[in-house]
Design a protein around this ligand. Sequence first.
Ligand code: ADP
Ligand code: MG
Length: 694
Amino acid sequence: MDIQFLPGVGPKRADLLKKELAVGTVGELLRLYPFRYIDRSSFVRISEARPDMAYIQIKARVVRVDIIEKKRLSVWISDGTGEIELVFFKGIKWVAEKLKPGSEFIFFGKPTAFNGRINMVHPEIDAVPSGAVASDSSSMTGVYASTEKLKNGGITGKVMNKLMEAALERGLQYIEESMPEYLMRQYGLVPLHFAIRNIHFPKDMASLEKARYRLKFEELFYLQLSLLKQKYVRSRADKGIRMPLVGKAFNACYDSLPFPLTGAQKRVITEIRDDMKSGRQMNRLLQGDVGSGKTMVAVLTALIAIGNGYQACIMAPTEVLAQQHFKNIQKFLAPTGVRSALLTGSSKASERREVHNGLEDGSIGIIVGTHALIEDNVVFRNLGLAIIDEQHRFGVEQRSKLWRKAASEAPPHVLVMTATPIPRTLAMTLYGDLDVSVIDELPPGRKPVQTIHATEGKRPALYRFLRDQIALGRQIFIVYPLINETEKLDYQSLEAGAEEIMQKFPFPEYKTAVVHGKQLNEVKKFNMDAFAAGRADILVATSVIEVGVDVPNASVMVIESAERFGLSQLHQLRGRVGRGCEKSYCVLMTGQKMSKESRHRIELMCATENGFELAEEDMKMRGPGDLEGTQQSGLPISLNIASLAKDGLILNTARDCADAVLREDPTLNADRNQLLRKELRKEKYQIKDYSKIS
Ligand code: ADP
Ligand code: MG
């Protein structure tokens, strides 16, 4: 039913609802849930009102009404415990007429502090219900998302409640149940009609809880069902290259490792081995905090491909990172005799030709590179494995180009590595169709990094500390935010900072290298190498060093304007120190004034070094949509009521449920699953496949 035929709507409001809330039908309106509730039965005493309270409700009598310079209406009210001022700037005449001194109302609004007193600006005004409270109506009222335009168009909170009432009366009967009976019974879900009725007008707290659970469950269930179904279909359809051997190269590398693998590394390699020999295509996400030893796993995985007669590529998002990877893997490859090569945008034409030839004739076993790897003129003899680092920086199209370079009989195995810790619930949703391996253990011998927050006044002390560290033979990172590549200001602060450092740490006693994104690649590389080789004591850089550089001798990471960085970026940067055996420090420099969120981020950084904990907190603070590292990929669907941050338990249950359904009936052909099939066809669940490279 079109929304405009609902009493109180009409074409104009219908238009508004469509534009502002994307609601066009009564059914859609009913699926727009309140984001909070007001308990209309509980009142706050005026003497107890505080400015830090959220919305409160006061039942009070009007004492005095003053119109001040025709611009402002001041209304004093009293409930016997105290007086409070209500302030109105709009609709003055109407309000003044309504609020007759001596009459009693219910006022709902946010208490704010003003001139040392508390007042409420533009509270909602309700009549006190006459007699007993209407018996069957609930005391809880839903509050819906709104916009300025909606309010100006007359669709206030109260109007919204009225619309919902009308929609329930006329439209609910046409909404069909969306969960199969047998699953509702098995998972204790209330029927959809009950849920919708109670989500808008909760009969009581218990009914509201049941309604919420059912609606969240449904949403997460279909999301998982859709993702898992893709996975089931794929694992049956996509043949993978069977790689039954471990191979000589793997063993040669393994036997000469300078350290034993951590338990987590061993477990992950076993998981990967099982995938690769299964005859199905591997699609695995490897998560591991900075420094957890993912490179090692990547090398051994590549060597399995080699051992079975295939080539492997390792793709990195930046030139610096590709170089770093290439350099790092050399020492592990030395005992294997496998030929590797590097291919990036800045490879010279002659090198390029040589690499192209080596890939085509198969003499190069492992190729490390950037986007240059997916150019059309790069041809592999028999690519069997693609390892993609920091995958969120690669677009789907770019990955699909890589895919097409596969050995013809079957697609290559895919291992995606990320150091951005993604909370489990989010990983399940973003990569629901990928298998996930986690390295949740750091190599032994890593010392915790002490994280310190300091403001400008502490700068002299900071410099003394840095001199002491340099005297001990350590190296220092100093990082400036570069939020926006084109942001002039960011470069200015970096340049000013670098100048000050060179003044306070004069040459030749101290050597400072500077690296930023505007430098030529050769200059960048020269400076980076100088620091990596220990020829410079201090590296002043923009956040370009965020990915990559491994300088075990660096013991201090100073992050300037730390309040401007996101939590996961701060964590990545901190991961650059603490790699050697020396005690390491991370100093977060901020201004005196910080937003509440910034302060919270800094506090969290000082409190924990666990990337997953930080990611969980980050998600709670900002909501998963904003989670760093996921902006590009985005959430596959927008959730209506469930929250990935808060509903992890429901998500787990919903996932198990979806998994159980598909295990018994992978194609959803059974009679009892016809409803599932139908629901899945809805646009909402048409999830883009983010992982499949096809
Ligand atoms: P990531 O890529 O996950 O950030 P790396 O693979 O760069 O981490 O490893 C970080 C450092 O730890 C490297 O210097 C690496 O050689 C070392 N390392 C890796 N695995 C182990 C291990 N099992 N024991 C000791 N050191 C290790
Ligand atoms: Mg790494």
